[in-house]
Design a protein around this ligand. Structure first.
Ligand code: NAD
Ligand code: DAU
Length: 356
């Protein structure tokens, strides 16, 4: 079969990237998918188990900050689509150690943009309609009060080292469009949840702790609000933007599911009590909830207005929070080996077993 597209996915062994590659390999049988990942603590080859045997797929272990590797890969594979997920993604880690965020999220994105520019804007480029889609976050817009929503024109106001590094990368991507006409697209999305999320993030952390009788740490008063987006809905939105989006445009992607953290945590506890029975202690899992010291600079509320992408591309989220959280809990219950290996770090030995 003729290969229609040669797509580079960065960070494809992480949470959203792995869900995205699974979707691509299922839906786009005539696309060649090159997954480039450094395999940091958050990258896990097991996230792609069962799909990587496909002839459409190639894995490259590399750092997006390595300019030589990136430039050679564009030439060797004649890449024409890029979907850039690779990043340091956890806000708490950015507070305790910001350096890696500056390096990967800013310098790494710059390195990738340079590789795309050198490949696509050179006289020897033989393809057509190349596209560089940068996956970003609603956190670039800052924090909301009780009302209002982020739109595509909300000014940037990042407040953590993580969101400041993502905002910087968004600015760089836009600059390459305005300065060099590099064909870029940007997506800014809300909090994702679903299979394969690293258990440092709220939802998988609460699943793991409540299954193992550990405290469920709630930062501050627990009334912080996030807009939850089921990861498969997000991945479908990215395909729409990649294929049909207007070059140079950014698109907000949200789940229309605003919830306070305490609501989310209580709901997971109650679902687990119902599905698995009460733990040996006999106490409902919600009793594990423990209020702890707040995150520094904690953003109060995020809310995405996703009407632009609906009007322009016809995308809207399909999965309600109630359906999505049920599916997610079922997935984690059925994949407790995955959660266990991620927690104890054995997944990091998987690469050696697979690739020597
Ligand atoms: P993740 O932390 O689960 O995965 C990140 C992946 O990037 C890992 O596989 C890691 O090994 C890889 N990586 C990190 N540094 C690298 C480097 N220097 N070179 C190559 N690979 C590297 O992240 P995620 O939650 O899947 O998020 C993916 C993207 O989506 C990020 O850009 C993040 O900012 C953005 N985003 C995430 C969410 C969310 O709720 N998770 C919401 C909005 C935006
Ligand atoms: O909004 C999009 C962002 O969502 C992404 O850009 C980030 O990559 C992603 O990590 C996520 O950031 P958050 O900081 O919102 O996600 P996290 O799961 O860390 O926290 C969700 C909320 O829960 C937040 O208000 C902090 C709170 N929290 C988190 C943890 C880990 C707790 O109360 N206790 C916890 O133990």
């Amino acid at each position: 079969m003729e290969t229609k597209r040669r797509i580079l996915v960065t960070g494809g062994c992480g949470f959203i990237g792995a869900n995205f590659i699974r979707l691509l390999l299922a839906q786009k049988s005539d696309w060649r998918v090159i997954n480039l990942d450094k395999l940091t603590y958050a990258g896990n080859l097991q996230n792609l188990e069962g799909v990587t045997e496909s002839e459409q797929y190639r894995f490259v272990k590399a750092d997006i900050c390595d300019a030589d590797v990136m430039e050679a890969l564009f030439v060797e594979e004649q890449i024409d689509f890029v979907v850039h997920f690779a990043a340091e993604s956890h806000v708490d880690r950015s507070i305790s150690g910001p350096a890696a965020f500056i390096q990967t999220n800013i310098v790494g994105t710059f390195t990738l943009l340079e590789a795309a520019r050198k490949s696509w804007l050179s006289g020897s480029w033989r393809g057509n309609d190349p596209r560089f889609l940068h996956v970003s976050t609603d956190e670039v817009f800052g924090s909301l009060g009780d009302t209002g929503m982020f739109t595509e024109t909300t000014p940037f106001d990042p407040r953590s080292p993580y969101s400041a590094s993502k905002a910087s990368s968004d600015h760089l991507v836009n600059a390459y469009f305005h300065t060099y006409d590099l064909p870029i697209l940007i997506t800014n999305c809300s909090n994702n949840y679903g299979p394969y999320q690293f258990p440092e993030k709220l939802i998988p952390l609460v699943f793991h702790n409540s299954m193992t009788g550990k405290e469920l740490p709630i930062y501050g008063d627990g009334k912080y609000v996030r807009d939850w987006l089921y990861v498969k809905d997000h991945c479908e939105a990215i395909v729409e933007v990649l294929v049909k989006g207007k070059i140079g445009q950014s698109y907000n992607i949200g789940g229309n599911n605003e919830k306070q953290n305490l609501e989310v945590v209580t709901l997971i506890c109650d679902i687990l009590d119902k599905k698995t029975g009460l733990p040996a202690s006999g106490a409902p899992r919600r009793e594990l909830i423990t209020f702890v010291k707040d995150r520094l600079g904690h953003d109060r509320r995020y809310a995405i207005d996703a009407s632009f992408i609906k009007e322009q591309l016809g995308w809207e989220p399909k999965v309600t929070f109630e359906e999505g959280i049920e599916k997610t809990v079922d997935w984690y219950l059925a994949n407790q080996d995955w959660v266990g290996s991620v927690i104890d770090g054995t997944y990091q030995k998987y690469y050696e077993k697979m690739y020597g």
